[in-house]
Ligand binder design. Structure first.
Ligand code: HEC
Length: 207
């Protein structure tokens, strides 16, 4: 314990669990000793750690698949389903507008709609229309994280529909567009070329 920093005898609360186990050990408590053995703390600090610590089980591929919900820029990972701008207006009003505003611009949370280049105008608000490089990220992100109070609650059709609404509101697709696994990746985003590959090698190569 660094007495100078902790000001005498006052110990940070997070130290107590660390002190408790050795204290139990000293008093000869078998349970604590077993726990320590199981946690492999003793072996972890030894010179010759085991190949495996014996925790958990190997994740089966179906479990991995259930968590593997990435959607890539070329559309890989997009599910079946589709939605229109009109249907999306309804989904947005019901499940998104309370946080993002009736037109996706008012907030209180992130502004989703806007085409003005974010480099120019303070306060440099980044929107889907001026900052997102790939349209498919909308599917990945919304399925993963939105609506923020109930992520995962939208069906694929509702997700495609609300994406259609957002893209239309950003003037990127016409009002009669239908979004699905084929049409969504084909939408080109204005910010596509506002990003460059990070080829810095370290040192002064900041740009
Ligand atoms: C309870 C409030 C809430 C609701 C409801 C909600 N959002 Fe969000 N949303 C947020 C917050 C907060 C963020 C910023 C999250 C962050 O930066 O980590 C966000 C971020 C986003 C972004 C990313 C914005 C950006 O440019 O980074 C998108 C897209 C989005 N929401 C879409 C939706 C859609 C579509 C719905 C409805 C299906 C929805 N949100 C419902 C609160 C909400």
């Amino acid at each position: 314990v660094n007495r100078a920093r902790s000001g005498g005898l006052r110990l940070p609360a997070r130290l107590f669990p660390a002190l408790l186990l050795p204290a139990l050990l000293l008093t000869g408590c078998d349970a604590a000793e077993g726990a320590l053995e199981r946690l492999s703390l003793l072996r972890a600090v030894s010179q010759d750690p085991p190949e495996r610590f014996g925790f958990g089980t190997r994740a089966p591929s179906d479990q991995i698949a259930a968590w593997s919900i990435h959607v890539y820029p070329d559309g890989t990972g997009l599910p079946a389903g589709e939605g229109t701008v009109q249907e999306g207006a309804d989904v947005f009003a019901r499940t998104c507008a309370s946080c993002h505003g009736a037109t996706g611009t008012e907030g209180p949370n992130d502004r989703l709609v806007g085409r003005e280049p974010w480099e120019d105008a303070p306060p440099r608000t980044r929107t889907v229309g001026n900052y997102w490089g790939y349209s498919t990220t909308l599917y990945d992100y919304i399925r993963r994280a939105m609506p923020q109070n109930l992520p995962g609650s939208l069906t694929p059709d509702e997700t495609y529909a609300v994406i259609a609404w957002i893209l239309h509101a950003n003037e990127l697709i016409p009002e009669d567009a239908v979004m699905n696994a084929t049409t969504l990746p084909a939408v080109e985003m204005p910010a596509r070329d506002r990003f460059v590959d990070d080829d810095r090698t370290g040192g002064d190569t900041i740009r």
